[in-house]
Each structure stands twice: as C-alpha cells, then as structure tokens.
Ligand binder design. Structure first.
Ligand code: SAH
Length: 322
C-alpha cells in the first residue's frame, strides 16, 4: 500500500475537530495487517540507577529522593523464569543507564535467561556504543527499545543535558543495522511541542523503520524540573497512535502505561484506535514502587494473577490475548 505521508497531511489530520473516522481507519488497518491479537509482554525493571539527567524523568541522577535499587543477577533470572512460567513469551528488560550493568554483565544475563526459558528478550537500557549492542545481539537479545522522545532537536537539547537527538537516532540506526527488532517512541505534551513536532515524530519512526513505537503522554513528576508542566493530552496521544498505525501499518504499537495513568478509559479505547500490544510489570515488590519514572500507583506484584486478569480484559474487548 504505497502512501506518501507528508508532514502537511499528518498535520491536517491531527487538527481535525473530530477524529472518529481516522480512528476507524487505524482500526481497520490494524485488523488487516497485524490481526486481532493483542500481544502481552512482561517488563522487568531491574535497576533504577541512572547516570543521565533527563528533565522529565523521576529517575534522573539529580533526584535525591529516589530509593535506588539494583536487582541481583539471581533475582533477575528468577523473575524472568517466573514470567515464563506465568505464560509470558516476551520479556522487556529495562533499567536506567546504570554503569554497573556493562554489556558483559547484561550479555551474561541474556544468555542465562535464554538457557532457562524460551523468552524473546527486549533490552531497554539506553544508549551504548554500537559494539555493545552488537555483543548483546550475539548473546541472544532479540529486540531493543530506545525511544527518541522528541524529534525536535531544540526540545531534545533542552530536556537532555547528557545527550543529543543526533546521538539517539544514531543508536536507533545501529540497532536496526544489527538486526534488532527496533522500538522507538515519543512523549506527547513536552514543553514547546506543537502539532508540527508530532508529525515529525511520526515521520521519524517511519524513517528509522521502527518495528515498534511506544507513544504516551508526558506525566509530571514532582521531583523533576518539569514538575509544573501540565500532563500531556491522552486524546492527542491516541491520535498519534492512530496515525502511527496508518504510517507504519505493521508496527507493534503498545497501549502505554502512561496513557492509562493519564486516562483510565483510554487504555481500553486505544485498542480500537491502532494499538496491539500491552506491557505488564513483573518487577518484584518493593522495587516496582521505586521505579518511579512518573508518579503512578501499582498494585502489589502477583505475576500469574495479573496475567490472568489481563487476558480476561483483552477478551472482553473482542480481541485475542497472546
Ligand atoms: N533508560 C532507558 C529507559 C528509559 S525509561 C532509556 O533511556 O531508554 C522509559 C521511558 O519512559 C522513556 O523512554 C520515556 O519515554 C518515558 N518517560 C520518562 N519520564 C516520563 C514522564 N515523566 N512521563 C511520561 N513518560 C516518561
């Protein structure tokens, strides 16, 4: 389906007063390309140490109010086995940019988990040299998730004292070259963002050739420099998901946690607007509560029960949990 998407076309759609028809188109494309399945992925947040200072993120290294933790290698492997036994087939291993977890240590974990389970592994541990991404791939990592956060270089620079958009995108292109299923994504509601920025975000996903994109509203965290910036719009986030489905018909598009935090109803709705993936935290207590990127209340972790409930919720949406 050749379709020339331009910033102008996307901006015109985003500005529509009523998005019902675009949502319906996104839902139809989703049905045709990736079917009615909803993929349930587990996410394990194994360390909240971070060397970076991203101004929106509660885990940034300048926030003194975080209880920092680092799960042991044994705890990580056991949590992965627990997710496998509960029926998960994909595990996202996420952390801050924690210098303790060198590529060598991460690679050891990937190998250990691959030996004990049949899990597909997504790594989400930030920016690394290409050689490290290559090493992790050799160890068996299948996918990598690294959101570009915003496609506007000036907004990117204002929010990331430790990096540039250019470096971020270079990492994504390395991952793609190395054969990873590559995930990016961005936030809605960052200061300075306009409809134009969002069209650039969507076109950047296409330019990189992303296999996955996580799109969610910005949620202010009280211990960050962005504490007084209003929360991003859940409606705009869903519009961006729908357009991402039109531009990247076969991509995996999650109903993000931040979308559910901004608007409880939206997490169900977005599955009829282009989304086809959901992630569930399997991070053990009490660590789960300490991984506070943005404020959110999560019930105590019960991996098997939560998985069961989620399957039932997906079925009530008329979709097939996998
Ligand atoms: N260190 C890893 C993981 C980052 S945390 C990395 O750099 O990729 C995962 C994602 O949470 C980020 O990519 C960002 O898009 C999102 N995030 C961080 N702070 C947020 C906030 N205040 N509101 C909404 N999303 C946020």
């Amino acid at each position: 389906m050749a379709h020339e998407w331009t910033a102008e076309k996307l901006a015109a759609l985003l500005a529509l007063p009523d998005f019902t028809e675009v949502y319906a188109r996104a839902d139809a494309v989703r049905h045709e390309t990736v079917g009615d399945v909803v993929h349930i992925r587990a996410i394990l947040e194994f360390s909240n140490h971070c060397r970076r200072q991203c101004r929106y993120c509660g885990l940034n290294s300048r926030n003194p109010h975080v209880t920092r933790y680092r799960m042991s290698e044994r705890e990580i492997v056991e949590s992965a086995e627990g997710a496998w036994k509960a029926g998960y087939r994909t595990l996202v291993m996420q952390s801050g940019e924690d210098p303790y977890f060198t590529a060598e240590r991460l690679g050891g974990l990937v190998r250990a988990i691959k030996e004990r389970t049949g899990l597909a592994l997504t790594i989400s541990c930030g920016e690394m040299p290409e050689a490290d991404y290559a090493y992790l791939r050799e160890c068996g990592a299948d996918r990598y998730l690294l959101k570009h956060e915003t496609a506007d270089p000036a907004i990117y620079a204002a929010l990331h004292p430790c990096g540039t958009l250019e470096a971020r995108v270079a990492c994504l292109r390395s991952l793609k070259r190395l054969g990873y299923e590559t995930g990016s994504g961005f936030m809605i509601g960052l200061p300075g963002q306009t409809v134009r920025t969002i069209t650039q975000d969507i076109l950047l996903l296409a330019d990189i050739g992303c296999d996955m994109a996580g799109i969610g509203p910005f949620i202010p965290h009280p211990d960050t420099p962005l504490k007084d910036v209003p929360e991003g719009s859940a409606e705009m986030a869903q519009r961006a998901v729908a357009l991402a489905r039109l531009v990247l018909p076969k991509a995996n598009l999650p109903a993000t946690t931040s979308l559910a935090v901004a608007d409880k109803e939206a997490r169900g709705q977005v599955f009829a607007r282009g989304a086809n993936v959901i992630m569930r935290k399997v991070t053990p207590d009490p660590y789960k509560g300490y991984y506070e990127i943005y404020p959110a209340a999560f019930p105590p972790t019960d991996v098997a029960r939560e998985r069961q409930e989620l399957e039932e919720q997906i079925a009530t949406l008329g979709r097939i949990p996998v």
